[in-house]
Design a binder for this molecule. Structure first.
Ligand SMILES: Cc1ncc(COP(=O)(O)O)c(C=O)c1O
Length: 424
């Protein structure tokens, strides 16, 4: 299909494409990119070195990659409504690392949501750089699964963090950015919104934007935003701050961020990735994308309603966004077993901790699933009703190979009616 000389790799690429096409990808951080995004990723831009920023490079021959990066930056600024965008972070984790590097010093107190309650590793987990280089204090959700804003406020007053990360990898509800700003202001802390999961929902107008509340916003580009793997750091401030002896104040944020990326952390930007980000941002600015974002949420809410109706215990009782977190304790099955059974049937989800999980993180009580990828394929509410039925059958009959086999065939039949963007 690709006509590659390296048959070993070609075969694996084809096998993965087939797996995606014939199954249902329900990992909420995944999506299916457009053919234009794939074309930009597979272009000659990957050959080019261009350390620095447009107009200020350490390499010659950058006249075209400068234009690519400027387009990506301009589209990001317009789409999110900010005056500065750095599109060079290699991925979400390095983007977050850059923000710490820009705004705090090793040993400073930082705050983030605990991984087991929905946060990301880079938000201060003890075994991550963010929990070893910095004095990390972690906030949680309440028993109801909702972010515990009161606990956060108390922690800020007591621990006096200099920086607070807000954003999640497994949180099904909306963030109240105004409340979070007020909490950060209790200690004049930097508020960093990591909207990696929800960026597509934010630009689609179905999740409130942190712009105007957070000092800095980080996001991956490959989840609901539906771009290539990559990340961006967004902020407002005066981009013409002098480069020397920059004070850590709001007006200097663009300079602090840019310097943290290079020379602070990274070398040459991945120009093919930057071009693909520009393409995705162009796509995300269309009315079709707005409709897509709305449908992601409608689909997730339909799935939530159906599964709740079948006795599934949804953390917070439902969802406002693209994902569901399900505590399987009452179903007498653990997350890993459900993940395996669903996998055999052709539905890819991941095992996940649930708030106050009594089980260890490698064998947690729950599963996490989402609708961005299925929605990209054109699935709507009626398909979600069917998918919920299949999920329930697979979990209820998790060790019945015959039933799982039959499910796998039914799922393939449906999946093939909804091609991936590149197969359309
Ligand atoms: C909230 C959040 N931040 C950051 C990241 C890190 O992104 P990456 O995997 O690209 O390093 C993720 C990825 O899952 C995430 O969910």
């Amino acid at each position: 299909m690709y006509g590659m000389k390296d048959k070993a790799i070609e075969k694996l690429i084809q096998a993965e494409a087939k797996r995606q096409f014939e199954g249902l990808e329900m990992i909420p951080s995944e999506n299916h990119t457009s053919t234009d995004v794939l074309k930009a990723l597979g272009s000659r831009l990957t050959d080019k070195y261009s350390e620095g920023y447009p107009g200020k490079r350490y390499y010659g021959g950058c006249e075209f990659v400068d234009q690519v990066e400027n387009l990506a930056r301009d589209r990001a600024k317009k789409l999110f409504g900010v005056d500065h965008a750095n599109v060079q972070p290699y991925s979400g984790s390095p983007a977050n690392l850059a923000v710490y590097f820009a705004l705090v010093d090793p040993g400073d107190t930082v705050m983030g949501m605990h991984l087991y309650y929905g946060g990301h590793m880079t938000h201060g987990l003890k075994v991550n750089f963010s929990g070893t280089l910095y004095h990390s204090v972690q906030y949680h959700t309440g028993k109801d699964g909702y972010l515990d804003y009161d606990e956060m406020a108390g922690m800020v007053t007591k621990e006096k963090p200099k920086l607070i990360f807000v954003g999640a990898t497994a949180y099904p509800r909306i963030f109240d950015w105004k409340k979070l700003r007020d909490i950060a202001d209790l200690n004049k802390a930097w508020l960093v919104a990591d909207i990696s999961h929800i960026a597509g929902l934010v630009v689609g107008g179905v999740h409130p934007s942190p712009v105007g509340f957070a000092d800095v916003i980080t996001t991956t580009t490959h989840k609901t935003l539906r771009g290539p793997r990559g990340a961006m750091i967004l902020c407002n401030g005066n981009p013409s701050s002098p480069l020397k002896a920059v004070e850590r104040k709001a007006e200097n944020l663009p300079t602090l961020i840019d310097r943290a990326i290079i020379p602070g952390l990274q070398g040459g930007p991945h120009n093919h990735q930057t071009a693909a980000i520009a393409v995705a941002l162009g796509e995300a600015a269309t009315p079709e994308f707005k409709a897509y974002a709305k449908q992601i949420v409608k689909n997730a809410q339909t799935l939530a309603k159906e599964l709740a109706g079948k006795g599934y215990n949804l953390v917070t009782g439902g969802t406002d966004n693209h994902l569901l977190l399900i505590d399987l304790t009452n179903k007498k099955i653990i997350g890993a077993e459900a993940e395996a059974a669903l996998g055999k049937a052709g539905i890819t989800v991941n095992k996940n901790t649930v708030p106050f999980d009594p089980r260890p993180p490698f064998s947690p009580s729950g599963i996490r699933m989402g609708t961005p990828a299925l929605t990209t394929r054109g699935m709507k509410e009626s398909e979600m009703v069917q998918v919920a039925e299949w999920i329930d059958t697979a979990i209820t009959h998790s060790s019945d190979e015959k039933i799982l086999n039959k499910l796998s065939n039914d799922i393939k039949t449906l999946a093939k009616q909804f091609p991936l963007p590149s197969d359309k």
